[in-house]
Design a protein around this ligand. Structure first.
Ligand SMILES: Cc1cc2nc3c(=O)[nH]c(=O)nc-3n(C[C@H](O)[C@H](O)[C@H](O)COP(=O)(O)OP(=O)(O)OC[C@H]3O[C@@H](n4cnc5c(N)ncnc54)[C@H](O)[C@@H]3O)c2cc1C
Length: 477
């Protein structure tokens, strides 16, 4: 069975790797990538002993697909966690950086004392959040936006100063459009089960405390990943696609080739590439952004093509700046800060990369990384590099008091790089799935569907590989 995988980001690479593992020689594959390297958004620059991430800087450890893959690729020794002693996040609010109360879990405080002491939320705002204990749960299961949910349960201030900037920093999304069901189903379940987020958190904390000892014991087991919720690799996250490529058959990997169209020819598919060449395959995996897939499948199925277009993408950019430590007065003691939209600043977040992880800057230097654009300020991310750099340097001056000239700067622009999980996302994906399965041998995977995180994309690639491997087995029989 011949399989063509289109798009060599994490989803496409994962699909290819697991196809090779599961196919046991029964599957012949080709992976086609339009750019000059594999990895897609996972892109690291190593220069002058700085390790600069252009896209993701880490992945969630509790979603195990990425850790499992690292282990399978013998990357265990290279896994590093965040520097737990510096686990502080700040909010650039009303002119200065204010500490996010310790223990805030995306939208809800999990520790009472630091929350009560924090100046980030006013006293009326804190009281309003406390009303969550008494507000009745919703009666129906329909999807809602994160903003509607947080406003109703915890109030406007919690949305503006905690939940809004946190999701803008992580999902580069607008809380007013973001589907709660597809991004934080856990909070919907918590409301349903406990009738209140705060009550849910308290109950879950008690349960966690009980299992803590068990967890502590397991930390000392050799070969375990570091004890951190977020992990990366010492030489940068791009080590992961690099290690994957090393395991694949080099003759089956095509770089700098763009797939333009797909046609059905009897029981096979015929792909046309931008150099005029053709590839024939029994099965095709699309691991491309959905607007790209939409163009490719237009001639095959106009309905599917239209549906794929309904997933919205926004543009973002990251600007990394390296400084001499002695030229930066700020302690940079923390993971960085997020910026509420109401502040009308030009960045949405800033990671203090060399504090968050070791091995990111050489001795005597620091590295910070600003995020620009996202749902509410796409045009800022689409500026030319020089303007982006100038803008971010001004923001670093106003937020961190850094006037020094950076000794290193790296700009990554991700035009239409971030899929948005708008309210109703689940139904949109179900309809795309339904239309796709009408074409035997056609599959789709990637950030647009079942999770944007690196582990989600790896899991989605693996899911598709399993489906194809099952199919291949039945054909052999
Ligand atoms: C700035 C930024 C920060 C992020 N931070 C994190 C983070 O910290 N943690 C985390 O877990 N996630 C993070 N993410 C999300 C995560 O990186 C992505 O969701 C994930 O890497 C996407 O993988 P993918 O394979 O679905 O798509 P992509 O990586 O976009 O891969 C798609 C590939 O398809 C190729 N392609 C496009 N058109 C064609 C064509 N016609 N023919 C052939 N190939 C084609 C592209 O060149 C690309 O390589 C971040 C994303 C961004 C942009």
């Amino acid at each position: 069975m011949k399989v063509a995988i289109i798009g060599g980001g994490m989803a496409g690479l994962s699909a290819t790797y697991y196809l090779q593992q599961l196919g046991q020689g029964a599957i012949d594959y080709v992976l086609i990538e339009s750019s000059s390297q594999f990895g897609g958004k996972v892109s690291t620059i190593r220069e002058s002993n700085f390790v600069v991430e252009g896209g993701p800087d880490s992945f969630h450890a509790l979603k195990t697909a990425a850790v499992d893959l690292c282990r399978a690729l013998n990357l265990d020794e290279e896994l590093i966690g965040t520097n737990t002693e510096a686990r502080k996040v700040f909010v650039w609010s009303r002119g200065k950086l204010r500490r996010m109360p310790e223990g805030v879990m995306l939208i809800i405080p999990t520790k009472i004392t630091p929350f009560l002491k924090s100046g980030l939320i006013s006293w009326p705002g804190k009281l309003r959040m406390g009303l969550d204990l008494f507000i009745p749960r919703r009666k129906d299961d329909s999807d809602v936006s994160l903003a509607d949910f947080v406003r109703r349960r915890l109030g406007k201030e919690a949305l503006d100063r905690i939940a809004g900037p946190m999701v803008a920093g992580i999902y580069v999304a607008d809380a007013d459009h973001m589907s709660l069901k597809s991004t934080f189903p856990r909070f919907l379940e918590m409301e349903k089960k406990y009738g209140s987020l705060l009550r849910g958190i308290i109950t879950q904390k008690l349960e966690t405390a009980r299992s803590k000892k068990k967890e502590k014991d397991s930390l000392n087991t050799p070969g375990k990943a570091p004890n951190s919720n977020f992990l990366t690799l010492r030489g940068g996250l791009q080590r992961l696609p690099e290690a994957l490529v090393e395991k694949l058959n080099p003759r089956s990997l095509l770089l700098n080739r763009k797939v333009e169209t797909i046609r059905r020819e009897g029981t096979t598919y015929d792909l046309t590439l931008d150099d005029g060449s053709h590839i024939k395959a029994d099965a095709v995996v699309f691991a491309t952004p959905t607007y790209v897939t939409s163009d490719i499948v237009k001639g095959l199925d106009s309905k599917l093509s239209e549906k794929l277009k309904t997933i919205r993408y926004v543009s973002t950019a990251t600007v990394s700046l390296g400084y001499r430590r002695r030229e930066v007065e700020h302690s940079l003691s923390g993971f960085g800060f997020v910026v509420p939209r109401s502040e009308k600043r030009k960045i949405i977040a800033c990671a203090w990369s060399s504090t968050k992880f070791n091995w990111r800057a050489p001795e005597g230097y620091v590295l910070v990384r600003a995020f620009v654009g996202g749902a509410s300020a796409e045009e800022l991310a689409e500026q030319d590099e020089a303007s982006l750099l100038q803008m971010v340097r001004e923001e670093m001056r106003d937020s961190l008091g850094i006037n020094a000239t950076p000794i290193l700067n790296k700009v990554f622009r991700w035009r239409k790089g971030n899929p948005q999980y708008d309210v109703g996302h689940e139904e949109r994906v179900a309809e795309i799935d339904r239309l796709t399965t009408q074409h035997e041998g056609l599959y789709m995977a990637g950030a647009a569907f079942r999770g944007v995180g690196v582990p989600d994309c790896i899991a989605d690639g693996k899911r598709v590989a399993q489906l194809i491997a099952e199919k291949a087995k039945t054909l052999v029989k």
